[in-house]
Design a protein around this ligand. Structure first.
Ligand code: S3P
Length: 441
């Protein structure tokens, strides 16, 4: 990231029209690089997200012995085999990426190597105790600040000990860390999920040939991975990221006259919660050309402007739209009536405290809301534009999703919204502003 903040004013929008394609899914891209790096032979990946977070994963896998390079439109990964990761020479710089950090800690935990993880100011505040706890039970050792934050040095265990672990927080990152550690652990490692979270790791582990069983037991999911796995290289096409499509779906819904098709959007049910909530609020989002890409359900989304009505979001579906709440709050700020969200304490430990960051940002552009311990209650304008930034620009706290959500708020404002720093957008959606310009022509 450049050293100077890069502010930008997002002006009230012209309609969003035409067809756009958002970049590849961030979660799937991380996993494709990691599993490719553990397979023996050449894995080929198209549609990989080339955001800073995924590039941090790629650099870390190179530092641990894999070859990861781009040839034309395709990424080629030559893996080292499960158990074959090499000790990295320097610290692994995870930048802004919690997913890279937690999943890689899982990988290192099952190898007899030592690695140091560092990150930017945002990542260095985020809790790592949630992975330290299960991975320590498997035998890994951690050295670092008492609070369990980066920088951390860890020593993997070889052999690691298989565990049965019930997730205390609904977190796909914690689930994936334990499953990845289980790959190079003798016996069966078990994760129990009281609330389902994104299942890309399970799908892709199976695709690479790992033996993995998923049992639905009442409301819980029990996932078992057999250790000492051998992974076979794959050819993977990464579908478009629903979390990136979300900004355009809300923008097209809010800006009058819009009729935008977002192509190739991943609609895995563990990720697609936002689109259902928007429809429940009155949005017009049609799924065209449904198909399967890279083992994931995908469709083109045609989004037309529609007035929204406030809603109460069921906290049970929060994991399926956990990264989309910032932009849902923007939609709610323009809806008719009140939107109530609860059960969102996890938002306080994302790239920023997304409840307080969005409450402050939306209030500063004229929205009416109350922040509670675990959610926001938002009283919408009924379609009237928000005022926009009056004095100071909105603060994004090194959080890409706050920056892009407030960009969307700018499109639905009278005076535009000035965002203090657009640099973090490159972590997940480097082409965001280009696509916005393309759709707004
Ligand atoms: C992710 C899981 C989620 C999500 C993050 C990506 C993943 O985090 O917020 O952007 O790829 O597994 P949590 O596991 O902390 O909920």
């Amino acid at each position: 990231m450049n050293s100077q903040p890069s502010p930008h004013r997002f002006a009230p929008g012209t309609p969003l029209t035409g067809r756009i394609r958002v970049p590849g899914d961030k979660s799937i891209s991380h996993r494709a690089v990691m599993l490719g790096a553990l397979a023996i032979g050449e894995t080929r990946v198209t549609g990989l997200l080339e955001g800073e977070d995924v590039l941090a994963t790629a650099a870390a896998m190179r530092a641990m012995g894999a070859q990861v390079e781009k040839t034309g439109e395709e990424w080629r990964i030559h893996g080292v085999g499960v158990g074959g990761l090499l000790q990295p020479q320097g610290a692994l710089d995870m930048g802004n990426s919690g997913t890279s950090t937690r999943l890689l800690m899982g990988l290192v935990a099952g190898h007899g190597i030592t690695a140091t993880f560092t990150g930017d100011a945002s990542l260095s505040k985020r809790p790592m105790g949630r992975v330290i706890e299960p991975l320590s039970r498997m035998g890994a050792q951690f050295h670092g600040p008492a609070g369990g934050t980066l920088p951390l040095t860890m020593e993997g265990a070889h052999p690691a000990v298989p565990i049965e672990y019930r997730l205390p927080v609904a977190s796909a990152q914690v689930k994936s860390a334990v499953l990845l550690a289980g790959l190079n652990t003798p016996g069966i490692t078990t994760v129990i999920e009281p609330v389902p979270t994104r299942d890309h790791s399970e799908r892709m582990l199976r695709g690479f040939g790992a033996v993995l069983e998923v049992e639905d037991a009442g409301n819980e999911r029990i996932i078992r991975i057999h250790g000492d796995a051998e992974l076979r290289p794959q050819t993977i096409e990464v579908p478009g990221d629903p979390s990136s499509a979300a900004f355009f779906a809300v923008a097209a819904t809010l800006v009058e006259g819009s009729d935008l098709t977002i192509e190739n959007v991943g609609l895995n049910p563990t990720r697609a919660g936002l689109f259902g909530v928007l429809r429940q609020m009155g949005a017009s989002i049609e799924e065209e050309n449904p198909r399967e890409v890279g083992g994931e359900p995908v469709a083109d989304l045609r989004v037309r402007h529609a007035p929204l009505t406030g809603t109460r979001v069921d906290p049970a579906i929060a994991p399926s739209m956990i990264d989309e709440f910032p932009v849902l709050f923007v939609a709610a700020a323009l809806a008719k009536g009140t939107t109530v969200t609860t059960g969102l304490e996890e938002l306080r430990v994302k790239e920023s405290d997304r409840l307080s960051a969005m409450a402050a940002a939306l209030e500063s552009v004229g929205a009416q809301l109350e922040e509670t311990e675990d959610g926001l209650t938002i009283h919408g304008t009924g379609g009237e534009p928000l005022r926009g930034t009056a004095n100071a620009p909105v603060t994004t706290h090194l959080d890409h999703r706050i920056a892009m959500s407030m960009a969307v708020a700018g499109l639905a404002s009278a005076d535009g919204v000035e965002v203090d720093d657009t640099r973090p957008i490159a972590t997940s959606f480097p082409t965001f502003r280009d696509l916005l310009a393309e759709a707004s022509q």
